[in-house]
Write a protein that binds this ligand. Structure first.
Ligand SMILES: N[C@@H](CCC(=O)N[C@@H](CS)C(=O)NCC(=O)O)C(=O)O
Length: 265
């Protein structure tokens, strides 16, 4: 049996749900509310000591880390395959997902989401509760980064760094997609599932202007959204209150983001 501990709009959960949908696998879920501290409970920290989603349980075995879970699902359920059979295609997948693990997720995505939108959910709770939620983040680097983003928003220095990282990422994706239909080759793969939530995040934050002039990437995103898995794994889990907050705050932030991009070396 597959049991997924996940969250509706978390990008790392979205990518695992995409793989489950693409593979047509049945699964049970435990939905965790990230703003209610559900990932910081003693019981959950035993499953996932970093206090993050997703965590997959398969026949009693625990698998953590979204990109590892994608590889695991591929190995455990190889049909239909989401991994090219050639060595180069496999290497391409690892290079893409490595990039998420080496900073694009923790730094660029968390910063842009928190700095624009989610900080308002923290601030709305009042100083004491907001501080307690931040203090509960187990990783000290992520904890202080979150504090900075919640308190300073788009004026936090890390926010500027995040904007530049996003710009580089979308340029690199566009360049590759000018040469082939999918990120790791001629077929949809783990790499496409892994990156779908990130472009979706730009969309939800109303800053899809990052894709302006990047026709190959825009076309990829349209093809991704037309796949049945996009509805099952992403759209069906969207929460209106989050979408509204992200879209409104993103529209406010976009002119500032354009200034940051214009000032980039
Ligand atoms: N490297 C981890 C990152 C997981 C992660 O950061 N998950 C976020 C949601 S996308 C989370 O649970 N954050 C907890 C929080 O916001 O308190 C993975 O790929 O699974």
């Amino acid at each position: 049996m597959l049991l997924l501990y996940h969250n509706s709009m978390s990008s790392c959960s979205q990518k695992v749900r995409l793989s489950l949908a693409e593979k047509g696998l049945d699964w049970d879920g435990r939905h965790l509310d990230l703003r209610a501290g559900d990932t910081q409970t003693v019981d959950y920290l035993k499953l996932n000591p970093k206090g993050v989603v997703p965590t997959l349980e398969h026949d009693g075995q625990i698998i953590r880390e979204s990109n590892v879970i994608l590889e695991y699902l591929e190995d455990a359920f190889p049909t239909p395959s989401l991994r090219p059979s050639d060595a180069l295609g496999k290497a391409e997948i690892r290079l893409w997902t490595k990039r998420l693990d080496e900073g694009h997720h923790d730094l660029a995505t968390t910063s842009i989401s928190m700095g624009i939108a989610f900080r308002h959910q923290f601030l709305a709770r009042g100083e004491a509760e907001c501080t307690a939620l931040i203090d509960a983040v187990p990783d000290p680097v992520k904890r202080e980064r979150r504090r900075d983003l919640v308190l300073k928003g788009i004026d936090a220095p890390v926010f500027h760094e995040a904007v530049r990282m996003w710009d580089t990422l979308v340029a690199d994706m566009d360049n590759v997609l000018q040469t082939r239909d999918w990120l790791a080759g001629a077929s949809y793969s783990i790499a496409d599932a892994a990156f779908t939530p990130y472009v979706t995040r730009l969309d939800h934050l109303n800053v899809l202007g990052f894709l302006d002039g990047r026709e190959a990437l825009s076309d990829w995103y349209e093809r991704i959204q037309a796949r049945p898995s996009y509805k099952t794994a992403i759209e069906d889990w969207n929460e209106e209150k989050y979408l509204t907050l992200m879209s409104e705050k993103g529209a406010e932030a976009w002119p500032r983001i354009q200034e940051i991009l214009a000032a980039a070396p």
